[in-house]
Design a protein around this ligand. Structure first.
Ligand code: UDP
Length: 361
């Protein structure tokens, strides 16, 4: 039996980790130890995903949060290293682009432990984003780079990864497996649509939490003005990220839209199924909109998921309220064929086969 350690810390990592843990549980030759760094800690940002998605309980909970980027990453690095020295795994798996990703990657690599990066090769080409820094640095030291799209493979090729000793594979996007598996149960498990009185009411689903939007007051205001404008035509439901909520409160900003606390995954699947379209700055939600056959208005100046824009399933509007409303209006009457295969099939099982090969080598 070989051991791997997976590092989880933030909401999107719980969702990706759920898929991997389900696949690893079917595998008789690998045992998984989970470290939860504590980056996201509110019950509705963390525990709800472990419960609903059946993610195994982390063996280690580091409870590191509420710090600046440097302090958080540094403390995680120190504590993850201690766990890895104790556990001595064959490989460490990190997901995505958070501080937990980078800290886990550095800790593993400096101990000479094989490193797997799931969601490798994504680029926004915006070095102001903390996520871009985390993902570039993690990719560079990974032994197995699991890319979600051909575009991610191409990005790495252009950066010269063909000359670096590692393995780069396109597995497809792990979040697609999550949507396919868990959305089968969500209608039975979630009562949110009825509770919000949305059974026969069209609505737009919106989430806003990227630091570049929340920490810039003019952008934050502009985005919420755009949402308020859309709300004059159709109800807008916003599961509000704690950071966004804190900033709206701090600046005493109030908008005529329906803000609700962050929701669990089953509730989110039902919101996606029932909404008319999505407005978001989330990476994950852009694809989930596509998986649920919904158009997406991206409240950012660029996206890592460029295929959605290239094929006109999504549209980039930045923080401009007029562009946001125009995109909303255009998408309301647009018919699209969402059957295009952009994100692969059987992603989790492909990833586990790759991890097996890495640790057997
Ligand atoms: N999500 C959720 N409840 C919410 C908001 C988001 O379950 O209230 C899910 C969403 O469906 C997606 C993931 O969280 O799977 C995306 O996480 P987030 O937007 O925080 O991060 P990003 O993908 O932008 O890194």
């Amino acid at each position: 039996m070989k051991k791997i350690v997976t590092i989880l810390g933030a909401r999107p990592q719980f969702i990706k980790g759920a898929v991997l843990s389900r696949e690893l549980a079917k595998c008789a030759t690998i045992t998984e130890v989970i470290i939860h760094t504590g980056q996201h800690y509110d019950a509705n940002m963390s525990a709800v995903f472990f419960e609903e998605m059946g993610i195994p309980t982390p063996k280690y909970h580091l409870n590191i949060n509420g710090l600046s980027h440097g302090a958080m990453t540094g403390q995680m690095l120190t504590e993850i290293e201690q766990v890895l020295l104790l556990e001595k795994p064959e490989a460490v798996v990190v997901f995505g682009d958070t501080n937990s990703t980078l800290a886990g990657a550095l800790a593993a690599k400096k101990l000479g432990i094989k490193l797997v990066h799931i969601e490798a090769g994504l680029r926004s080409f915006n070095m102001q984003m903390p996520e871009e820094i985390n993902r570039i640095l993690t990719d560079r030291i990974s032994d197995l780079l699991i890319c979600p799209t051909q575009q991610a493979m191409d990005n790495l090729e252009l950066e010269g990864y063909g000359n670096i000793e590692n393995r780069v594979v396109n597995s497809g996007d792990i979040m697609k497996d999550a949507v396919q598996y868990y959305s089968r149960f969500s209608a039975e498990k979630s009562k949110l649509i009825a509770r919000l009185g949305l059974t026969n009411t069209p609505f737009v689903l919106a989430t806003i939490h990227r630091q570049e939007n929340t920490d810039d007051l003019s952008k934050l205001k502009a985005i919420f003005q755009g949402l308020e404008e859309i709300a004059k035509k159709e109800q807008v439901i916003v599961p509000l990220h704690p950071r966004t909520k804190a900033l709206l409160e701090k600046h005493q900003l109030h908008y005529n839209i329906t803000c609700i606390p962050p929701v669990g995954y089953f509730d989110m699947m039902e919101l996606l199924k029932h909404c008319s379209l999505v407005v978001t700055d989330s990476g994950g939600l852009q694809k989930e909109a596509f998986f649920h056959k919904k158009h997406c208005v991206i409240a950012r100046t660029e996206t890592e998921w460029v295929e959605l824009v290239q094929h006109h399933f999504a549209c980039i509007v930045g923080s401009d309220p007029k562009k946001m409303v125009d995109a909303y209006t255009a998408f309301k009457t647009k018919e699209s064929d969402f059957s295009m295969d952009l994100f692969g099939e059987d992603i989790g099982s492909t990833i586990v086969k790759e991890i097996q090969q890495l640790i057997d080598a």
